[in-house]
Design a protein. Structure first.
Length: 536
């Protein structure tokens, strides 16, 4: 991951008078365009949340096969994570502007692929391409900041990149629902969520080309040997295999033809490979750790991970991410169970609005509280609010009314907002000045990693739990001399009286598990108060 250090040579900027911060008009334009690109890439990280039920319906994907179509979310997350470490260094070889244009081109290509997808496989492939482009934009922007910002301003600027990235994925669900709502008259309005990225990508590319002319990077000494291709490949293999194994775990211990699969689902084709997948992922992860200890330019510097406060910060972010994604995914699922199809996106957006907006607002307010009360205290308050909010959701959903989730989601959103700033600040504070760029990047990566692993594991738990509960139900079979109308009425009654309550119970339990994961973050958060390390 090529991120800025204070020892790197700065760029020269042609034909402009610097402002008080040392930035010329060209540099400001390039940074603004780069931040816009990061924002758009982050939007698409979670834009799926409120439109996925509509996409599943339009593409005629089996709604019971959630462990398959959840990869529409996971494919983007995994590609986003894996791309971050390598593209920053690549931009040192080919230049920031070229790296940026290539990243935007990949993102736009993935968006077009998603917009034209007519089956689940194509949609997952398109999302993976999108994620590769979106993730690539983040390290290039951080490296650009290292190029143009004076040393005294770099840490604050890196924090701004993190805030923009966070704001993007926080607002993603509302963005998706808003586009679908405005274009509701279209046959498949969700396709416009991806199509609109094309003009945004062109606009950003033009801005980068125009503004980038004012910046001339000095010659660099990087070579292809400094690209940790082996480490990147091992990391990608580990994440892919582990997540494939986790997401196929819903079949574990299930009897053939029963449970959730009897409600119309199909057996996960990877279910019989669960243990080999997890074992292969573990082996790849072990090989990655071994390689990183010996690599000349590792993706994750071992010296940085040996700093207790930094390790504590990214561990807390991992657990926070695994809890956070549950609200993003489960809220639209609840809405899809209880409202008409044409209202799913808009209702999901309204439900998530308190969660996401409070998270965005308090992620900035959390920084102010951290300075007054300390990072550890502020983060602890955030964790307690997350756990309390998810408990309120768990209690409220007993009534079967989706509106009852709103108070709990608002409380949890406020808690996540208070968590973001202290964890990020602690990670930067624990790093030496020359490592703060990579520290900022890794803090974001571990949150995304938690989201990826969390949704894979909790989806499998939910599928298995649903199978267990529905095993007790008597399958609806059409009786002799029963009319089609009578059979359909009996089916609907069965779904309303049995299937929906059981599905809501599973969702409630998932929120409870996510709340416990959040509470586990208290362990690493306790170490945020340690300041004995020399941070340079």
């Amino acid at each position: 991951m090529s991120l800025p250090s204070d020892s790197r040579p700065t760029v020269t900027v042609r034909g402009d008078t610097p402002d008080p911060n040392g930035l010329t008009r060209g540099a400001r334009g390039a940074l603004a365009a780069a931040l816009l690109a990061v924002f758009v890439g982050a939007l698409d990280l979670t834009v799926i949340a409120t439109i996925l039920p509509r996409m599943v319906s339009d593409l005629r994907i089996n709604t019971a096969d959630i462990d398959r179509y959840i990869w529409v979310v996971n494919a983007y997350l995994l590609a986003y994570i894996v791309t971050i470490p390598i593209v920053g260094r690549l931009s040192d070889l080919i230049g920031r502007r070229s790296a940026f244009l290539a990243s935007i081109a990949v993102f736009v290509a993935g968006s077009l692929w998603c917009a034209s997808a007519d089956n689940l496989q194509d949609l997952i492939i398109g999302r993976a391409i999108q994620g590769a482009g979106g993730g690539a934009l983040l390290p290039v922007t951080m490296a650009l900041i290292g190029d143009v910002m004076p040393p005294r301003r770099r840490t604050a600027s890196l924090g701004l990149v993190g805030a923009i990235d966070t704001l993007g994925w926080v607002l993603g669900p509302l963005w998706g629902a808003g586009i679908v709502g405005v274009l509701a008259s279209q046959a498949t309005p969700w396709r416009w969520v991806f199509t609109i990225n094309v003009p945004l990508g062109i606009l950003t590319s033009v801005a980068i080309v125009v503004a980038g002319r004012a910046i001339t990077s000095p010659p660099v000494s990087w070579s292809l040997r400094r690209l940790d291709l082996v480490g990147t490949a091992l990391l990608a293999a580990a994440l892919l295999l582990i997540n494939l194994g986790l997401s196929s775990g819903g079949e574990l211990g299930a009897a053939t033809g029963t449970g959730a699969r009897a409600l119309g689902g199909t057996t996960n084709p990877l279910a019989s490979y669960l243990l080999p997948l997890l074992a292969g992922g573990g082996a790849a992860l072990g090989a990655f750790v071994w390689w990183e200890r010996r690599a000349s330019s590792p993706i994750v510097p071992p010296a940085l991970l040996r700093r207790p406060r930094f390790a504590a910060a990214i561990s807390a972010n991992l657990l926070a991410g695994s809890a956070l994604i549950v609200a993003m995914v489960n809220t639209p699922i609840v809405v899809a169970l209880l409202v008409d199809e044409d209202r799913i996106s808009s209702t999901s957006a309204l439900m998530l609005a308190p969660f996401t907006l409070l998270m965005a607002a308090l992620s900035f307010g959390g920084g102010l509280l951290s300075r007054r009360f300390g990072e550890r205290r502020t983060a602890i308050i955030g964790v307690v609010l997350v756990a309390a909010g998810y408990a309120v959701v768990w209690i409220g959903l007993r009534s079967g009314d989706y509106v009852s989730m709103v108070p709990g989601l608002a409380i949890a959103g406020a808690g996540f907002g208070l968590l973001i700033a202290p964890i990020g600040a602690a990670a930067l504070d624990a790093a030496k000045p020359g490592d703060r760029g990579i520290a900022a990047g890794l803090t974001l990566v571990f949150r995304l990693l938690g989201m990826t692993i969390g949704i894979s594991a909790l989806t499998a738990v939910g599928v298995r739990r649903l199978a267990t509960l529905t095993d007790r139900l008597e399958i609806i079979v059409r009786q002799p001399n029963e009319s089609t109308a009578e059979f359909l009425v009996r089916q609907n009654t069965f779904v309303e009286e049995n299937v929906i309550p059981i599905s809501l119970q599973v969702v409630r339990e998932t929120f409870l598990i996510a709340g416990c994961l959040a509470l586990l973050a208290l362990v690493p958060i306790w170490w945020l108060g340690r300041r004995s390390e020399q941070t340079g």
